[in-house]
Design a protein around this ligand. Structure first.
Ligand code: ZN
Length: 305
């Protein structure tokens, strides 16, 4: 049996929103089995919790947004990736602003805080979405697809006409430990030449070298350099994991992406959900041990029962 997980207790995080530039406080709170992830805006009186799932995604330009209009919550993907990465299925998340804080542009701060807090097993089995058939989406030479595979694997390729990035490919075999060591610390990135254009569009008002890798036309500007030689494609895997976690269950299948982004990830999830013959939802106890073993937590993370 592998149980659904939540947090052992509340985690409070204060930071700034990448796009809004506003300071926000986020509280991630324990929740019961089958609650999923629900976000609530506490700065808007009467605002109701919104369930985060692939069909509740509004905008996908530069970040993934849950909901629409003034109650929307932006940039949920890194937090969701970390929750998936630690095998957490249920949490109630309150934010006093429009955006999850960007922290250092990766999932590292959320991993650190959740490690400190500990994780609680709930008295109900995890369920998995098992991919049975290929589902593919394509748009403007970019594509993403699901294929059958016993465990979650993400094979990601990015292509940028920039000397530091060029073509990068990484194949990530999901385990909680691999996620923490290989993916969680990879930061988001951008190009100095795009900064003015994005700011004119009202985006990245909170952007700085503290929360993104920034490149001029030749090199990385950040004085500390890169955390991995291919940090860029590792961040793409972080984004992909956060976006596909919106399917609502752990995934047993392979995801291959080529030049993908949040929009394509969401289209892929919606197409899968619209293709019932391509997947089944299975209790974890009916799956092979290797699927369950992927969710063993590394030493140093306390599990409460
Ligand atoms: Zn990202």
């Amino acid at each position: 049996m592998i149980y659904q997980r939540t947090l052992a207790k509340e985690v409070k995080v204060t930071g700034i929103g990448l796009h809004s530039g506003r300071k926000v406080t986020m509280r991630v709170q324990p929740a019961d089995a089958d609650y999923g992830f629900q976000f609530k805006r506490t700065d808007i009186p009467g605002s109701l919790p919104m369930r985060a799932d692939a069909r509740s995604v509004g905008a996908t330009e530069n970040a993934t947004t849950i909901g629409q209009g003034r109650e929307a919550i932006h940039t949920v993907e890194h937090l969701l990736a970390v929750l998936y990465g630690l095998g957490i299925n249920n949490a109630h998340i309150e934010i006093d602003g429009p955006e999850v804080p960007i922290m250092d542009g990766s999932g590292a701060s959320f991993v650190f805080l959740l490690k400190e807090t500990g994780i609680r097993n709930l008295n109900k089995s995890k369920k998995f979405i098992v991919i049975l058939d290929t589902v593919r989406v394509e748009k403007d030479g970019k594509w993403a697809q699901f294929d059958p595979h016993p465990t979650l694997m993400i094979d990601s390729t990015i292509v940028f006409a920039h000397p530091v990035i060029k073509t990068q490919r990484e194949v990530f075999d999901f385990t909680c430990e691999n996620f923490i060591n290989e993916i969680a610390r990879a930061r988001t990135f951008g190009f100095a030449r795009d900064v003015d254009m994005l700011k004119r569009k009202g985006l990245i008002k909170g952007g700085s070298l503290d929360n993104a890798i920034v490149m001029d036309d030749f090199k990385v500007i950040n004085p500390e350099g890169l955390r991995f030689g291919n940090e860029f494609v590792r961040h793409k895997i972080l984004d992909t994991l956060g976006d596909v976690s919106l399917l609502g269950h752990e995934i047993a299948g392979k995801i291959t992406t080529f030049k993908s982004g949040h929009n394509l990830h969401n289209l892929l999830c919606r197409k899968l959900l619209d293709t019932p013959a391509a997947f089944e939802i299975v209790s974890a106890s009916n799956l092979k041990a290797e699927v369950r073993d992927a969710f063993k937590l590394p030493q140093g993370i306390a599990i409460a029962h």
